[in-house]
Design a protein around this ligand. Structure first.
Ligand code: PLP
Length: 363
């Protein structure tokens, strides 16, 4: 059997990366003696306070295991089973959560909106809300935006506000999937409040896993009323960690050291380096503006196959196709250089065999 070259790091996903040192240290610090369970411990209280400091406002904070749960449960708390949630057609809640938002809301329907570069066109909100208001149509209750988006672009504060205007005009709530929220903040160089509550966001799912935590996301309600009984919702969904301190402490480590922004800025910079080098390769066509920690690039199929045979892992099924090259907190300039060197070499050397190219979509 042919063995693949071993690589330390890949460009498949920022959730391929390990735990960053700051989160690891915080975990170790929390691992002393006994502590109160189910979130009544000092680590959970301090991490929630740290989030309130980061957002410069009093918000309600809950820690859950993953992003699918964070999105599904927070969306479920924005309406009733007969409601609908509007999101971009490439949104994770639509394409990558196995129907969990519909399941946890007991039937809310996800309705899809168009928009360039993975961002919702605000006019589409109004069109969808006003097109049908009769009793046969699932009544819209919320809009969900993803920042940074699934295709690596970023909504500016003004873009979030423009959506928020339409959302509030229609009496809806605004949800933000922030699986890569840190990357968006680092990219925009804004205060976290500027793209959340000040821009009209009611609830944010703040991603930890992709930022360097072992696991976990924070659900942050800026609109307090919407957090009503959210703790029960989490418990029923199997999202209340008994040893909550290990879910919470890493967040504290990230905020106390500033690592959350530092790592995000680093991942963004690595993606920029990749994009710069790819731009100089005629066969590589960059698909979206590089604004966060990923680059989407179209490459000839034979080279995709050859890169994978050379041991590189990356996705080709996300967004509108193309290769998604995702950088993480630990991506190194050497990784970028090694990938580009292999790409340039294989563009010349790899067999341009059509049969081989047929399965270029396999990871
Ligand atoms: C990764 C990701 C999530 C969370 O996914 P889980 O695997 O459930 O943690 C949510 N939204 C977006 C846009 C993501 O990329």
């Amino acid at each position: 059997m042919k063995t693949e070259p071993q690589r330390l790091r890949h460009f498949a996903s920022d959730n391929y990366a390990g735990i960053c040192p700051e989160a690891w240290a915080a975990l170790a610090e929390a691992n002393v003696g006994h502590s109160v369970s189910y979130g009544e411990d000092q680590w959970t209280a301090k991490a929630a306070d740290a989030l309130r400091e980061i957002f410069e406002t009093d918000c309600e904070v809950f820690f859950v295991f993953n992003g699918t749960a964070a999105n599904s449960l927070s969306l479920a708390s924005l309406g009733q089973s007969y409601h609908s949630v509007l999101c971009h057609e490439l949104a994770h809640v639509e394409t990558d959560e196995c129907g969990a938002p519909e399941f946890f809301s007991n039937g809310m329907k996800v309705l899809l909106l168009p928009g360039a570069n993975g961002k919702i066109d605000p006019a589409a909100i109004e069109r969808t809300v006003t097109r049908r208001t009769d009793i046969h149509f699932p009544k819209p209750c919320a809009v969900s935006v993803t920042n940074a988006t699934e295709v690596g672009t970023v909504y500016t504060p003004d873009e979030v506000k423009a959506i928020s205007v339409k959302v509030k005009q229609s009496g809806l709530k605004l949800h933000m999937d922030g699986a890569r929220f840190a990357n968006a903040v680092a990219s925009l160089n804004v205060k976290p409040k500027e793209i959340t509550w000040q821009a009209g966001v009611d609830v944010l799912c703040f991603g930890g896993s992709k930022n360097g935590l072992p696991l976990g996301e924070a659900v942050v309600f800026f609109n307090h009323a919407l957090a009503h009984e959210f703790d029960f919702r989490c418990k029923q969904a199997g999202q209340l960690a008994s040893k909550m301190r290990f879910l919470a402490a890493p967040w504290l480590g990230m905020f106390q050291t500033g690592a959350w922004l530092r790592h995000a800025a680093h991942a963004n910079a690595m993606a920029q380096a990749l994009a710069d080098l790819l731009k100089a390769i005629p066969e590589a066509k960059i698909l979206f503006p590089r604004q966060a920690n990923s680059v989407f690039v179209e490459l000839p199929a034979y080279v995709i196959v050859a890169l994978r045979q050379a041991g590189w892992k990356f996705y080709t099924f996300i967004g509108q196709g193309g290769c998604r090259l995702m950088c993480a907190w630990d991506t190194q300039p050497e990784d970028v250089q090694a990938f580009i060197a292999d790409l340039k070499r294989l563009l010349v050397e790899a067999p341009k065999d059509a049969a081989l190219s047929a399965d270029h979509r396999k990871l």
